[in-house]
Design a protein around this ligand. Structure first.
Ligand SMILES: Cc1cc2nc3c(=O)[nH]c(=O)nc-3n(C[C@H](O)[C@H](O)[C@H](O)COP(=O)(O)OP(=O)(O)OC[C@H]3O[C@@H](n4cnc5c(N)ncnc54)[C@H](O)[C@@H]3O)c2cc1C
Length: 429
């Protein structure tokens, strides 16, 4: 065994022993969830990958995995990670000042505050830099007016990550600033939007003279695009996902106690907007059992489409694993982000097609009478979201063409002062 491998293994077993001993003395399922998470935050074991100055331990991903496995072994609850909160944290860690970090990071980890991402607008989704929601400085406050759209979880958010225009006389990317806005104030109106799959995960948000404290500007005035890119880079890496399982470690632990009850109640609220996300991914996992149970596997067309889908899905997983392994070794993100996003969209659409081949017209029946208790109908209505959320397929292709393949860029007509750029909404100016 090489010397460096041996020392890495020694370091990992020492970390495992430390965290296990700490959990043995501190984890108690009967305590309040917030009290427990405050203890975790102070210990640095809750977010060991974060900087030691800010509730972490500067651990590498392999040590973080060891810590997570020890938590799973004891059945100990971790810090809050679901929803948009970790995107907020990642952005504040990189661009926030000490006041921002002190004010927001702890309550993100304890789960006391929920967050939403106020980027897209009716006239600017793909063209995010074309945002026309405005923020004007008035004494010690920024006054915000405009509309955001598609804002997941805005209906239960305490704080929003807001991209707003602060200068109309410079090119569009240079006139944006990034703020943290209090969502629970009279100038913020949140209206849920009904989706065709029956859920209502996102909202439209109207700002009418909403107020942002002057010191809730993140980064510099006019530097909002750069800060937003940090949020989006973390979004693409899936930083807002739930913590993955650990191959069944701790699965047999009986989860009884106040902390577990409070975590279940929290998960129910925070994860409610995401309940249909497995369906939007096409539920590839259901296809082989469905084809076998229904005997449709005997149909050569079904078999052929199913085989094509499984090949596509496996190769996409391998690309994702390669990207993850690269990141763990500290490699910067390559083209795998856009390729993976595009592959997910192809897989979801192909899965919807095979579900329909298996069910025939029954695939259109919603509710308990429909195939798989209506799950197949929900898949058909949810799959289009994958090709839109987090950047559309066309935008991913543009990125791959221009940045990866170095092909000529699209001609642009929006490079002058933003005030003069043609827009499909009329800003209140
Ligand atoms: C499930 C879900 C959750 C979301 N959550 C959030 C959230 O929490 N916060 C938030 O801010 N946003 C959120 N969004 C919004 C999402 O980021 C936008 O929908 C997305 O960026 C596309 O923007 P758009 O809907 O305005 O479409 P548009 O940009 O209007 O695009 C319309 C069509 O034109 C095509 N098109 C546009 N520009 C080009 C181009 N240059 N070249 C080729 N084709 C082009 C697009 O590909 C698309 O087919 C969410 C969306 C979904 C579906």
């Amino acid at each position: 065994m090489s010397e460096s491998l041996e020392s890495a293994q020694l370091q990992e077993s020492s970390v495992r022993a430390d965290v296990s001993a700490w959990l043995e003395s501190n984890w108690n399922a009967d305590q309040g969830l917030i009290d427990w998470r405050n203890q975790l935050v102070d210990s640095g074991w809750g977010m060991p990958e974060w900087p030691a100055d800010w509730y972490g331990r500067d651990f590498s991903s392999s040590l973080v995995r060891a810590v997570e496995q020890e938590f799973a072994r004891k059945g100990a609850i971790g810090v809050a990670r679901s929803g948009i909160r970790l995107l907020a944290a990642a952005t504040l860690l990189e661009h926030g000042n000490t006041v921002h970090k002190e004010k927001f990071l702890r309550r993100i980890l304890t789960g006391e505050d929920a967050w939403c991402q106020l980027f897209s607008e009716p006239g600017s989704g793909s063209d995010l830099a074309g945002a026309t929601t405005r923020a004007d400085l008035d004494g010690d406050q920024w006054i915000v007016n405009g509309q955001k759209l598609w804002t997941t979880s805005a209906h239960h958010a305490d704080w929003g990550l807001l991209l707003a225009r602060t200068d109309w006389d410079v090119p569009k990317h240079e006139g944006l600033s990034y703020f943290v806005i209090d969502m629970c104030q009279p100038g913020v109106e949140v209206q849920p939007l009904a989706q065709m799959n029956g859920h209502a995960s996102f909202n439209q948000v109207f700002f009418s003279d909403a107020v942002v404290e002057r010191n809730h500007l993140i980064g510099e005035i006019g530097n909002g695009w750069k800060v937003a890119m940090t949020t989006l880079a973390h979004e693409r890496r899936g930083a807002d996902g739930l913590r993955s399982g650990h191959s069944g470690i701790g699965a047999d632990i009986e989860r009884v106690g106040r902390a577990y009850d409070e975590e279940r109640a929290e998960t129910k609220i925070v994860m409610e907007p995401y309940t249909w996300y497995p369906q939007r991914a096409g539920r590839v996992d259901l296809l082989v059992p469905r084809a076998l149970d229904s005997n449709r596997i005997e149909d050569p067309t079904v078999r052929q489409e199913l085989a094509k889908l499984l090949i596509l899905s496996s190769s996409a997983q391998w690309t994702a694993r390669r990207a993850r392994a690269g990141q763990q070794r500290g490699k910067p993100q390559g083209p795998e982000g856009s390729l993976g996003k595009l592959a997910a969209s192809h897989v979801a659409r192909a899965a919807a097609r095979v579900h329909t081949l298996i069910s025939g017209a029954d695939a259109m029946l919603a509710g308990a009478d429909g195939a798989e208790d209506g799950i197949v109908a929900e898949i058909l209505l949810s799959v289009p979201a994958v090709s839109i959320a987090g950047g559309t397929d066309e935008i991913q292709r543009n990125i791959i063409a221009e940045r990866v393949l170095q092909m000529p860029k699209e001609p642009r007509f929006d490079t002058g002062p933003f005030r003069d750029v043609p827009k499909n909404v009329s800003p209140r100016d």
